[in-house]
Design a protein around this ligand. Structure first.
Ligand code: SAM
Length: 288
């Protein structure tokens, strides 16, 4: 059966505000009003949005822990002809949010899938970051445990483009400290509460930003860290010169420099540490 003859319903993937409730497109509002069902992460959360928009469409929950089961149930309804909108708590579904399982099931079943574009914290932060590069790396949420988070960052350390991450208020400081440990004291931007009343952008090196997050934090964060090449265009390739370059031109500790050089050259840290200890001491008694 061709698409025009299909009796299947349509799955709409609808972006909703990341804070400011004015930031939803007229098309999104119309679709949310017209569909048979809205699948959302937390019905209490989305209830506030639909009440605000004066929409009476029924809601059903669709969240990460039950994604497989709920995707199968929704797929059955789509195959029976239902028009369904999928939303997340904030921003664009499927960007660090559930939705991917349903989209894949629907595509495999030949259901039409229509994106209703709109806000995303990623695009919002990028729009005011002032980056000159056309590319970037988006890492979503870093792992929550230190070892896994450092290993995750190590994979990104050589990338020459800006690195972008999402983070929650209770993990932001540990995340920044681990980023400092792996990347060295790179320049970064930290956005908080985008589109909301207490929206802010902090700019500085990672040590400054982690200090600024000491204690209790509120709000949601997007972190943009300079890529390797942005600050390292004059970086030498020889091991001794590289050690001296980190010592003299980058404000990093010996430990961070060793970590960074190990990543740069793909050599074991122990090998670099022995050499770095000798050279570092010669010219710099601080920052060991
Ligand atoms: N799907 C969403 C999107 O399109 O941006 C992201 C969902 S993810 C579960 C939530 C994370 O996005 C937060 O922890 C934070 O890192 C980021 N975020 C969402 N809203 C934000 C805001 N208003 N300001 C800053 N970051 C935000």
């Amino acid at each position: 059966m061709s698409k025009t003859q299909s009796t299947h319903g349509v799955l709409y993937i609808v972006a909703t505000p990341i804070g400011n409730l004015e930031e939803i497109t007229p098309r999104a509002v119309r679709i949310l009003r017209e569909v048979d069902l809205i699948a959302c992460e937390d019905t209490r959360h989305t209830k506030k949005l639909v009440n605000h928009l004066d929409i009476n469409t029924p809601l059903t929950s669709y969240y990460r822990e039950k994604e497989q089961l709920k995707a199968e149930l929704l797929l059955q309804q789509l195959q029976d002809g239902a028009q369904i909108a999928l939303v997340s708590d904030a921003g664009t579904p499927c960007i660090s949010d559930p939705g991917g399982v349903l989209v894949r099931h629907a595509r495999a079943a030949g259901i039409q899938i229509v994106p209703i574009s709109g806000p995303s914290a990623l695009a919002t932060a990028l729009s005011v970051a002032g980056l000159e590069e056309s590319g970037f790396y988006f890492g979503g949420f870093p792992p929550s445990k230190t070892k896994a988070r450092r290993d995750f960052f190590k994979c990104q350390a050589p990338l020459p483009c800006p690195l972008i991450f999402y983070e929650s208020p209770h993990r932001i400081q540990h995340c920044l400290l681990d980023a400092l440990h792996v990347f060295g004291d790179r320049h970064a931007l930290l956005f908080r509460e985008l589109t909301k009343l207490h929206e802010e952008c902090r700019e500085g090196v990672l040590s400054e930003l982690s200090n600024s997050c000491a204690g209790k934090n509120r709000g949601e964060f997007v972190l943009i860290i300079d890529g390797a090449m942005q600050q390292n265009t004059d970086k030498p390739e020889d091991i001794d010169e590289l050690i001296l370059w980190y010592r003299d031109q980058q404000t990093v500790s010996l430990k961070s420099a060793v970590q960074q050089i190990a990543t740069d050259l793909g050599l074991p840290r122990t090998q670099i540490y022995q050499r770095a200890l000798i050279l570092w001491k010669k010219g710099n008694q601080n920052n060991l």
